[in-house]
Write a protein that binds this ligand. Structure first.
Ligand code: HEM
Length: 365
C-alpha cells in the first residue's frame, strides 16, 4: 500500500512490468530447438488475454447497471460508452490476427508439436466472456460431445456454472426491453398499429407489382415472394408462434422484448429513444465483431494448419467455422431489420405520447 495518496510511483513498478515481461518462455528455447516465431505466438496470445480481461471488466460494470429493477436512465449513456469501448477493443482483436499471420505455416510447425494439448479451448476468460454475454451450455455446438467446461479446474467450472445460472447480458437486456413503457398508451397499441402498417405496405407493393408492365410469370413469382414475406411478418406479431420459435431455440428474445426493440428502432428519432437505440446498435455491432473474429480466426487456422485437427482435439477449421455461423448472441436484435418498414409507412404516434418521448420545456415559465 502506498504511504500517501501522492507517494511517487515508478512506471515499471506501477505497471508491474517485472512480472509481465518475465512471462514469455518459449518451449522451443527450453528444449534447445530453433523456432524464432514462438515468441510472437506467446505475446499475441497474452495480448488477447489482457484485452479479454478489460472486456470482462467493462461488461461486469454494464451488467451491474442492468441488474437493478429500475435502470437509472442516466446510466444508459454510460452503458453505451462502455459497449462502444468493448467494440473498439474487439476491432483491435480482429486486426491483431494479421500480425500472427506474418508467421508462416512452416514457421508454426517448428514448435506446434511442443504445445499439445494446449489450446484456445482452455481460455477461461474467453469462455467467461461467452457465458456472461449469454452463450452457456445450451445453444452451443460441442466438439466430440464434450462439455465446454471440461478443460477447466473444479473452481473455474463452478465459476462458469454460476455465470450460466445467473443473468447474462442477453437476459438482462431482455428484461429491460420488456419494461419499455409506451407500447400500450391509451388507445394506442403499438403491435396492432404496426401490424396494420405492415399490411398496408404489402398491399401497396402488391398493387405496384400488379400494375407493373412485366411478363405474367415474373409477376406471379414476385407475388409469391411478397406473400411469403408477409406471412413471416404476420407470424412475428403472433405471441404463440413466437413462443414456438423460442422453444425450438430459434429465437432468444421474448415476444414483448422483441416488440419493444422494434418500437425503439422505429421511433429512434424521438429524443428519449435515441440512447436506447444506440445501446441496441452497440449490441448488434458487438455480435457482428465477435462473429467476425470467429470467422477470421477460422480463416487463419485454415491457412496455418489446413484441415488438420486442433491441439485441443477438435476437427479444427470445420468446428470453428460452425461456431461462427451458430454462436450469434444478439441475433434477434439484428433480425429486427427484417421487420422494418419505410419511415413513410410507420404509424403516427398520438400527440401526447410524442410529447412524452420528446424533451419539452417552456422558456420563461
Ligand atoms: C497459429 C495460431 C492459431 C491456431 C493454429 C489456432 C488453432 C485453434 C484451433 C484448431 C482451435 C479449435 C480447438 C482445438 O481443437 O484446439 C482453436 C480454438 C480457439 N482459439 Fe485458436 N488458434 C490460433 C490462434 C489463436 C489466438 C491468437 C487466439 C486468441 C486468444 C485464439 C483463441 C482461441 C479460442 C478462444 C478458441 C476456442 C474457440 C471456440 O471454441 O469457439 N487462437 N484455435
Amino acid at each position: 500500500m502506498p504511504d500517501s495518496k501522492y507517494a511517487s510511483v515508478h512506471y515499471s513498478k506501477y505497471l508491474e512490468l517485472d512480472k509481465i515481461l518475465d512471462a514469455q518462455h518459449p518451449r522451443s528455447e527450453a528444449l534447445g530447438v530453433e523456432a524464432h516465431d514462438e515468441m510472437l505466438f506467446i505475446i499475441t496470445h497474452q495480448a488477447y488475454e489482457l484485452w479479454f480481461k478489460q472486456i470482462l471488466y467493462e461488461l461486469d460494470s454494464v451488467l451491474e447497471m442492468f441488474r437493478r429493477d429500475v435502470v437509472d436512465e442516466r446510466s444508459i449513456g454510460t452503458a453505451v460508452a462502455r459497449i462502444g469501448r468493448i467494440n473498439e477493443i474487439l476491432k483491435v482483436l480482429v486486426a491483431q490476427l494479421r500480425i500472427l499471420e506474418t508467421m508462416s505455416p512452416l514457421d508454426f510447425l517448428d514448435f506446434r508439436n511442443y504445445l499439445l494439448p494446449a489450446s484456445g479451448f482452455q481460455s477461461f476468460q474467453f469462455r467467461k466472456l461467452e457465458a456472461t454475454l449469454g452463450l452457456g451450455t445450451k445453444g452451443r455446438i460441442t466438439y466430440g460431445q464434450k462439455d465446454y467446461k471440461e478443460p477447466f479446474a473444479e473452481r473455474q467450472r463452478k465459476e462458469l456454472e454460476a455465470i450460466e445460472e445467473g443473468e447474462s447480458l442477453c437476459s438482462l437486456i431482455e428484461r429491460w426491453l420488456e419494461r419499455t413503457p409506451f407500447l400500450q398508451f391509451g388507445d394506442f397499441d403499438f403491435a396492432q398499429a404496426y401490424r396494420q402498417a405492415v399490411k398496408n405496405m404489402y398491399e401497396s407493393e402488391r398493387q405496384a407489382v400488379l400494375d407493373a408492365d412485366i411478363p405474367e410469370e415474373h409477376k406471379q413469382l414476385r407475388l409469391r415472394m411478397l406473400q411469403a414475406n408477409q406471412e413471416y411478418l404476420e407470424s412475428v406479431f403472433d405471441p404463440a408462434f413466437h413462443q414456438k420459435l423460442l422453444d425450438e431455440g430459434k429465437l432468444k428474445l421474448s415476444h414483448k422484448a422483441t416488440m419493444a426493440a422494434l418500437f425503439i428502432n422505429i421511433y429512434r428519432d424521438e429524443p428519449i429513444l435515441q440512447t436506447p437505440y444506440r445501446l441496441l446498435l452497440g449490441f448488434v455491432e458487438m455480435d457482428e465483431l465477435l462473429t467476425t473474429w470467429r470467422y477470421r480466426h477460422a480463416q487463419m487456422i485454415l491457412r496455418m494448419i489446413g484441415k488438420k485437427m486442433g491441439t485441443g482435439g477438435s476437427v479444427g477449421y470445420d468446428y470453428l467455422k460452425e461456431t461462427a455461423d451458430k454462436h450469434h448472441l444478439f441475433f434477434d436484435l439484428t433480425n429486427i431489420s427484417t421487420l422494418l418498414i419505410p419511415r413513410s409507412e410507420k404509424p403516427e404516434l398520438p400527440e401526447d405520447l410524442k410529447r412524452k418521448l420528446g424533451f419539452y420545456f417552456s422558456v420563461g415559465k
